[in-house]
Design a protein around this ligand. Structure first.
Ligand code: NAD
Length: 368
């Protein structure tokens, strides 16, 4: 029996609700494979700050250090509530970025996927969606503006000012470029390089290094595209994209747009991979507007489990089964409230209802 230790960081808002559905799936995967998941919950985010005085407490760091992988729910509060926490302890600055830094999780995989049969969930017209949406955003996750030096103060004119720096060295760019080219080799061998080299010098270096790395991948076609244009084309013609690679902040923004073209951020799982440790999380936030109502879509959290099975535990078949089970629930005519309006010909289900149906579907699928 193979045993894996998992740190579960439920997070804030809808985090605990969608984590509960992920656990149902993990329990079934363990039941039908020779695998045991030892699950331990750790405090992380705004609630951790209120309960323990730190949004990434030492006890959670220890738990994560000792785990084989980390499954993280979304964190954060709404704009007003956030002000109750000191700026440097607010969940992203106090917990999320330190988590990424601690495990150097530089490679963020964000699939944007909607099969043709579920195109009715997307706000895009059927003629734009065509055969469905199937692309992956590869986002650099531990560099750039989010991790650069920060300075605030009063300048010589007596005005409050802020300065944040955007830094990359060539090795940081090279390693994410390799991840992107390797991903392109496993898919359609086309790589869209998203940049802003008409304005940012960081993008000039980014492009140079990407082209150098590309020499090791002669089969991959590199298509450079400015980030602003990419935002437009994601809406007008998403089918042109297969693998998209970009720096940290561009990836943060464009991947939310990815959720938008699918119909909901609730369809956006992700994997954050470092040299020695990986963590998995929905791409979205804690959705304070719907927290506590059992209406959040747990697809993003269960999809993150599927990515963990494949990328951390070499269980690609079960990962495929989980994806298939989730798609099948929707294909049977069910929908969570984020994706459809009542009366639109679908059967509405809540968070726990979706999790239960995924488990039911999964039970019917062969393990290999
Ligand atoms: P959000 O992603 O939480 O929500 C945006 C919209 O998407 C909301 O209408 C929400 O209801 C909806 N939504 C998101 N996930 C959903 C799901 N699974 N099912 C159904 N609907 C879903 O963004 P926000 O409201 O701007 O941010 C809320 C908090 O989350 C903030 O504190 C922010 O800083 C934080 N945040 C955290 C992460 C993270 O943990 N990695 C990422 C983004 C934002």
């Amino acid at each position: 029996m193979t045993k894996y230790k998992l740190a579960l960081l439920d997070g804030d808002g809808i985090g605990p609700e969608i984590m509960a559905e992920a656990v149902k799936v993990l329990d079934l995967i363990a039941e039908r494979n020779a695998v045991e998941f030892e699950l331990s919950h750790g405090a992380f985010g705004a609630n951790a700050y209120f309960d323990h005085g730190h949004s990434f407490p030492e006890s959670t760091k220890k738990l994560c250090d000792e785990s084989d992988a980390i499954l993280k729910g979304p964190i954060g509060l709404n704009h007003e509530e956030s002000k109750k926490i000191p700026v440097d302890m607010q969940p992203e600055r106090g917990a999320l970025l330190p988590l990424r830094r601690r495990y150097n999780t530089f490679a963020n995989f964000r699939p944007v996927f909607l099969p043709k049969g579920l195109a009715h969930f997307s706000p895009l017209k059927p003629e734009i969606i065509g055969e469905g949406i199937d692309l992956i955003i590869i986002r650099e996750l531990v560099g750039g503006l989010y991790f650069g030096d920060k300075e605030t103060g009063i300048n010589e004119a007596g005005l409050r000012y802020v300065k944040e720096s955007l830094e990359y060295d060539e090795e940081q760019i090279r390693r994410i470029a390799r991840v992107a080219f390797d991903t392109a080799m496993r898919r359609k061998k086309v790589l869209h390089n998203i940049h802003k080299s008409n304005v940012l010098k960081s993008s000039v270096l980014w492009n140079e290094v990407l082209e150098e790395v590309g020499q090791d991948y002669p089969e991959v076609e590199i298509i450079p595209i400015l980030v602003d244009a990419a935002a437009t084309y994601l809406c007008l013609n998403p089918g042109q994209f297969d693998v998209m690679v970009m720096e940290n902040m561009f990836g943060d923004i464009l991947s939310d747009q990815g959720g938008g073209i699918l119909g909901s951020l609730g369809l956006m799982p992700s994997a954050c991979i470092g040299p020695d440790k990986a963590y998995y999380e929905p791409s979205h936030g804690s959705a304070p507007d719907i927290a506590g109502q059992n209406i959040a879509n747990p697809y993003s959290m269960i999809g993150s489990v599927a990515m963990m099975l494949e990328m951390s535990f070499d269980m690609a078949t079960e990962a495929k089964n989980v994806w298939h089970a989730m798609q099948s629930v929707f294909a049977r005519g069910y929908s969570t409230p984020d994706l459809s309006k009542p009366g639109s010909g679908v059967t509405m289900i809540d968070t726990s209802g979706f999790g239960d149906l995924v488990v039911e579907e999964l039970r019917q699928q062969p393990i290999s």
